[in-house]
Design a protein around this ligand. Structure first.
Ligand code: ATP
Ligand code: MG
Length: 397
């Protein structure tokens, strides 16, 4: 096995010695440099391109987030483990937004450090047997034309921008999809091609098969252009494809059609979160209710589904509270009605943020992406702390 190079950033000499002592236990680690602050270490890190940087970010935390972003821009594949005495969820969420994927409360607990390094080792060496944290979000409604594709496209792009992670946008509207039209792209491959190669598909294959959108972190998996190809795709192949995508993309956004066909139900079954879209009118709300009943019969946990009201207007006759009462569930998000901006975006084949980044609708998609990613980070932090409550306790002593 090849060795991994590690760069250490720690001002406190005792803590630094301790780190080195812990790392000695891993015979595949080479410490290739050390410094007192990320700012001082910055140019050396760029020059030496370590696999992993372990950095104390406690002092001047904002500066350290800034340095992390600068380093990751130059070296996108470097893995950063941040250490800090303050491990409130807000601090951790900001760290994650800066691109930090592992966060360790100080003082460091050896076991936690070694586990984080082991996780990175698996990622760097391509042995992804570790738990998979990828999230699958499906945008669904049993009514057509409610805004599913608009939400899928704009949410996927905002998630990629905010999280700096790779996001797959999958069009499951077999041969009737709109994603390529909304983005004005002509991908070289589509889902029918990936499905055929799925057993041997690795990360490199997937990144070259899905169409990267304009140098962003969003990768599009288009629907097949021909009905004959679309018809051949089986639900178990969709399941396999989603599982494979999970190994490369931290976020997978699926745009669906408006029926409970076998392909759509497979996507819904394999989702971590379903965004159920509704308009504010009586038939739409009634359909939303039927959909929630169907999800219940499919055995989905209540929290798996969140309601999005699209085309929201403050002076609507029906109020949000009326909707919540009718469906007995809170509305998670409301996207304002802005026909002019969205139509202009669709006609030009561009995301809403490109058409008018300051519009209420661009802001709403962006905040939705922030909210979703923050919730996901928060859950992962809570999971980590629950898994090791002693870590919290030891930091309090
Ligand atoms: N927030 C919004 N404000 C105003 N108009 C909107 C909004 N969202 C979507 N629309 C309009 O609704 C139309 C349908 O949107 P979209 O294609 O995203 O829905 P869909 O649910 O994917 O439809 P389909 O069921 O045909 O796939 C769009 O052409 C757009 O004009
Ligand atoms: Mg659509």
């Amino acid at each position: 096995m090849q060795n991994l190079s590690v760069y250490l950033v720690e001002k406190d000499t005792t803590a630094l010695q301790l780190l080195k002592m812990y790392l000695k236990e891993l015979d595949y680690i080479d410490i290739i440099g050390e410094n007192e602050t990320l700012e001082a270490a910055h140019s050396e890190i760029i020059k030496t391109t370590p696999d992993i940087v372990i950095a104390n970010i406690s002092d001047n935390i904002n500066k350290n987030y800034e340095m992390t972003e600068t380093i990751l821009k130059r070296l996108p594949s470097v893995k950063i483990i941040a250490m800090a005495a303050d491990y409130s969820t807000d601090t951790i969420i900001r760290a994650m937004r800066a691109g930090i994927r592992e966060f360790l409360p100080k003082p460091i607990i050896k076991d936690n450090l070694l586990k984080s390094i082991d996780k990175f080792k698996n990622q760097i060496l391509g042995d992804n047997t570790d738990e998979n944290n990828s999230k699958v979000l499906t945008i669904f409604s049993n009514k057509g034309g409610v805004g599913k594709t608009s939400i899928a496209v704009n949410l996927a792009l905002e998630l990629a921008n905010i999280t700096k992670e790779k996001v797959a946008l999958v069009d499951l509207n077999m041969h009737l999809g709109d994603v390529t039209t909304f983005l004005d792209i002509k991908p070289s491959f589509d889902i029918s091609y990936l499905v055929k190669k799925i057993d041997s598909a690795d990360e490199e294959f997937m990144l070259s098969t899905l169409e990267q959108y304009n140098n962003t972190g969003m990768y599009v998996l288009a629907d097949p252009p021909y009905m004959e190809e679309a018809k051949k795709i089986q639900p178990n192949e969709i399941q396999k494809t989603i599982n494979k995508l999970r190994t490369t993309f931290p976020y997978i956004i699926i745009d669906t059609n408006s029926t409970f066909d076998a392909i759509t139900v497979t996507a819904l079954d394999n989702s971590d979160l379903i965004l159920l879209v509704s308009a504010i009118n009586v038939p739409a709300v009634r359909n939303c209710q039927r959909c929630l009943d169907a999800f219940d019969r499919l055995g989905y946990e209540e929290e798996k589904t969140k309601i999005i009201v699209n085309r929201y207007m403050e002076n609507d006759d029906i109020k949000i509270e009326d909707v919540e009462k009718a469906i007995d569930k809170p509305v998670y998000w409301r996207i304002p009605n802005n026909y002019y901006t969205i139509t202009s975006a669709i006609c030009k084949g561009k995301p809403v943020s490109v058409i008018n980044n300051d519009s209420n609708i661009a802001k709403s998609y962006r905040e939705l992406a922030t909210n979703i990613s923050d919730n996901i980070y928060r859950q992962s932090v809570i999971k980590k702390i629950n898994r090791n409550p002693l870590a919290v306790l030891e930091n309090l002593i």
